[in-house]
Design a protein around this ligand. Sequence first.
Ligand SMILES: Cc1cc2nc3c(=O)[nH]c(=O)nc-3n(C[C@H](O)[C@H](O)[C@H](O)COP(=O)(O)O)c2cc1C
Length: 372
Amino acid sequence: MNIYYAPMEGITTYLYRQLHNEYFGGVDKYFTPFISVFPDHYIKKRDEREIDPANNLGMKTVPQVLANSSKELIWIFKKLTAMGYDEVNLNLGCPSGTVTAKGRGSGFLKDPAELDRFFEEVFDSLGDDAKMLSVKTRIGYLDASEMEHLSEIYAKYPIKELTIHPRIRKQFYKGVPDMAVFEKALVASSCPVCYNGNVFTLEDYKDICRRYGDHIDINTNDNHFDVNLLNSNNKKDNLNDLKSNDIDGIYHINKSGCVDNKISSVMLGRGIVADPSLGRQIKGGAKMDKAEFREFRRALENMYKEHLKDSHNVHNKMKEMWFYMSQSFEGTDKYIKNILKSKSFSEYQAAVNTLEGNCEIKSGPNATPVSF
Ligand SMILES: Cc1cc2nc3c(=O)[nH]c(=O)nc-3n(C[C@H](O)[C@H](O)[C@H](O)COP(=O)(O)O)c2cc1C
């Protein structure tokens, strides 16, 4: 199973990604926060830094882009692949009003006919290279029933991987993911599917794997089976038989060689911001302890101090991080308030020391973080 660190605007900047990779790892791909592409083929300087290969050494980074014209997308796609990226992710999920008002992000889902035309132009123009395009989508703009038609559109194109966050636009990040709609979309997909939403703990991850993770990847070039997780009915010994005889009878194998009702990847968002060791735990490594957390938290502060000009920005950035990270500690209620309402960096530091001194890292499931 591939483990991805979700794109998170304002959080998963290249500086954060570098630090997370250095301290915890456990992540197969890091997605950049969305990069807006402007009509005159321009992206912000800030975003140029996000994609600069020198800022992404030693980790696998996937640039995510926000575009709703094929010209914009084709331009940025070519720029990124020429820089060496082998995947570009299209954002069809952003719920922010300023984005959706321009028909971008989840706002693009409002007009499926236009989305279909857009994909047709993009895939026609990019030819074989288009197989490097992946998509991250919500299940609808106004209503989850929209996903049925959206799935038909996605299934027409050889998308590298489809990440499904099973919420509609107006939910933002609240409420529970709609698993029934996710399941239908998973079955309808013609490409590998990544699940995203509310995976906050190792248990949440295992639950998703139990339901959707039993999968077999087939490398069609050398007919080699790479077994990731096999359930008790499909013992390893039976694989050669499966390969030669029964595989189509048991599973429907899609174009990319994945079993179409099983997921290929899980994308972690707020859960891994809260507990940066979540990916490592999923890969069989240790949960962080307080000393390790503290070291990472100090490294974050130092990194922001070094790179953000204004000390207010450092303070605000750390408050945002603590909104999520406090979810990894027991009984933080009265302490986290002091961090979030601190007026100066020294007040903030005192409140952080109090929280870290009085609260232990949770051993059980984390609470559900909403958003800052
Ligand atoms: C603060 C914040 C910023 C986000 N920025 C992006 C973004 O730039 N691109 C994107 O596709 N999704 C973005 N998301 C959505 C996440 O990638 C993810 O889909 C969402 O948080 C659900 O996953 P989770 O329940 O694991 O957090 C953002 C979410 C939050 C809370």
